[in-house]
Design a protein around this ligand. Sequence first.
Ligand SMILES: NC(=O)c1ccc[n+]([C@@H]2O[C@H](COP(=O)([O-])OP(=O)(O)OC[C@H]3O[C@@H](n4cnc5c(N)ncnc54)[C@H](O)[C@@H]3O)[C@@H](O)[C@H]2O)c1
Ligand SMILES: [Zn+2]
Length: 347
Amino acid sequence: MTEIKMELGERSYPIYVGRGLLDSADKYFNLDRRVLIVTDSGVPKEYAERVSALCKSALTVTVKEGEGSKSPETFIWLCEKMLQHEMTRSDAVVAVGGGVVGDLAGFAAASYMRGIDFYNIPTTLLSEVDSSIGGKVGINLGSVKNIVGAFHQPKAVIIDPDTLKTLPERLIAEGAAEALKMAITSSPELFELLSREGVTDGNVEEVITLSLGIKKRVVELDEREGGLRKILNFGHTFGHGIEASCDGRYYHGECVALGMLCTVDDSLRERMAPVYEKLGLPLVFEGDLEEAIALTAHDKKREGERLSVILCDDVGKYRIEKMSRTGFKSMVNRAVGICARRYGEKK
Ligand SMILES: NC(=O)c1ccc[n+]([C@@H]2O[C@H](COP(=O)([O-])OP(=O)(O)OC[C@H]3O[C@@H](n4cnc5c(N)ncnc54)[C@H](O)[C@@H]3O)[C@@H](O)[C@H]2O)c1
Ligand SMILES: [Zn+2]
């Protein structure tokens, strides 16, 4: 078991990574009180059941799987469940699921009685390498993602890589894209590991701890996203444009992967391609490029007429640039064209 400590003064908390930890949640979380366990219909039921068995008084609620559950309606429903369960300020919420469950349950914990304890047990690779730590919680309003939310750090996080055994390959790949995002901006060591091996059952724990180490440093230096934390958005500016335009055809991590290809130096892209192939991530954008670029404008990161874009020249070498829409468009068009020519015929 590896313990990582997020150092945020009085909001500091431990993150435990290890196989089988799910069954010792009561050792690391205070479950000797009323607990609301939130999971979703796509997460194998037994994970929440195993946690529930360790609680003194648990109410388990299952929301519908998918991004649609990060909604005001589901959020209110959770608050009502907490009220019915007679939860007080000294009780706690436990999320057992991916980023959707974590963001939603975390926001309910942040809001109920102006904030109660929150514990997170992420069960997707994306949430285990990224979203489960850092304290950003929230919901969507219609198609506008994460527009209502809070900073509410968990009290502790348990990551049990055994939960990934039930996760479909494609979801492993999209989680790997977020790990790759951190590797490219900040860690030649992680990039080297992913290039060599991809993500396997044998190395996933190391991929998780290395990724979390990077995210931890970034969050500690910039808890509320005043500057540095923006690097976690690498690949996301155009990635969100693709996501908004593709009608669910690409998963979030795949959109980020395609977004990263457009915001790197040509030689770095060449080094990334074999890693994408190993991980099963798309190299060639297939869709309406004009629309994806147009929808990028609706991104939160737009500042005035300029887009704030994270660019990487080499692994571990990034810069944040304010780009005109025209400049952004020609950069994306050029990169998508290169990828289509270089990698299109391989498909
Ligand atoms: N708070 C943050 O800092 C942050 C960062 C990145 C992403 N996010 C958010 O995370 C969300 C995406 O998270 P995600 O990719 O984990 O998606 P998700 O939570 O929707 O999970 C993906 C699918 O996997 C299923 N699943 C979960 N665990 C499983 C398991 N162990 N075995 C089998 N199936 C399982 C779920 O039911 C779901 O259908 C987005 O809403 C995004 O905005 C938040
Ligand atoms: Zn992401």
